[in-house]
Design a protein around this ligand. Structure first.
Ligand code: C2E
Ligand code: MG
Ligand code: MG
Ligand code: MG
Length: 271
């Protein structure tokens, strides 16, 4: 056995691979602890009506602040949570906290705004229907203010997806397809999905300059035909915003307006 290799059973790992496995195991252990101890918080990114410049919603985005590892990005730990089977506990907390916050804002006199909540496609089954119903019941939030964001990867089994989405719609919540354009949606059943919004993925907003907005225009056109409104993600420049306005994109969010911020900062935006 070479000096740098570690033996695990009959397998030989390079030290790089070994470090990777160790890191993952550590993260997994820490994630389980974080869930037990509730070491998460939510930030909120405002969503603007591009015609009136009013805030019409916020997207709730989870943050994990670790004592020694620092802030860990959801892009890193959400896939892990899905893999090790703790995503439902995490989502339970996100849903409850986001809905509680929405009710608090309303009680504090903020105009009622929509709250976007990311739902892992792994969870889209019977379980999520009960969870959403119970959370709305427990927090007293009216279903119309909840916008569940679901990525296209859920649509791999369209018949099943449509059934679950219809049942979520029956509760009264709104539904958005997140990261639209990066997943697996087949255009043939897109029109059958009971969705309220398409969220154009940031990569297309980013690409407006390079492709003269061809992709964004195409998506806006299609959404228009499907009678769904469009939320543009990741608006960073004035040029992007002007383009989206010119082609009548309804809603936008991005660093140009605001980064994800605390609930207090959201409140301050209304004063
Ligand atoms: P997403 O749902 O597509 O959220 C948008 C991401 O883009 C957020 O990253 C947001 O901070 C970032 N963003 C917003 N505007 C801009 C911009 O102008 N420029 C750039 N470069 N980025 C922008 P974040 O918060 O790191 O979240 C990453 C992903 O993690 C989310 O993508 C979502 O898929 C997932 N995620 C976040 N919170 C949750 C959660 O509570 N539950 C689940 N299941 N997934 C979550
Ligand atoms: Mg999202
Ligand atoms: Mg997105
Ligand atoms: Mg995303």
């Amino acid at each position: 056995v070479a000096k740098n290799n570690h033996i695990k059973g009959a397998q030989y790992y390079s030290s790089e691979k070994y470090e990777e496995i160790k890191k993952r195991a550590l993260l997994e252990k820490e994630l389980r602890i974080a869930i037990r101890e509730n070491n998460f918080h939510l930030l909120y990114q405002p969503q603007y009506d591009l015609k009136t410049n009013r805030i019409v919603g916020v997207e709730a985005l989870i943050r994990w602040e670790h004592q020694s590892l620092g802030i860990i990005s959801p892009a890193d730990f959400i896939p892990l949570a899905e893999e090790i089977g703790v995503i439902s506990q995490l989502t339970e907390w996100v849903l409850a906290e986001a809905c509680r916050q929405a009710v608090e804002w309303q009680q504090q006199g903020l105009p009622p705004i929509q709250i976007g909540i990311n739902i892992s496609p792994f969870l889209l089954g019977e379980e999520i229907i009960t969870l959403v119903e119970e959370t709305l019941h427990n927090t007293g939030l009216d279903a119309q203010f909840v916008d569940l964001e679901i990525t296209e990867s859920f649509m791999q089994d369209p018949e099943y997806a449509i059934n679950i989405l219809n049942r979520l719609k029956n509760i009264g919540v709104k539904l958005s397809i997140d990261d639209f354009g990066t997943g697996y949606s087949s255009l043939s059943y897109l029109g059958r999905l009971p969705m309220d919004n398409l969220k154009i993925d940031r990569s297309f907003i980013d690409g407006i300059k390079a492709d003269n907005g061809m992709m964004v225009k195409t998506i806006l056109d299609m959404a228009n035909h499907l009678h769904v409104s469009v939320i543009a993600e990741g608006i960073e420049t004035k040029e992007q915003l002007q383009f989206l306005r010119r082609f009548q994109c309804q809603i936008g969010q991005g660093y140009y307006f605001s980064r994800p911020v605390s609930s207090e900062e959201i409140k301050a935006l209304f004063h």
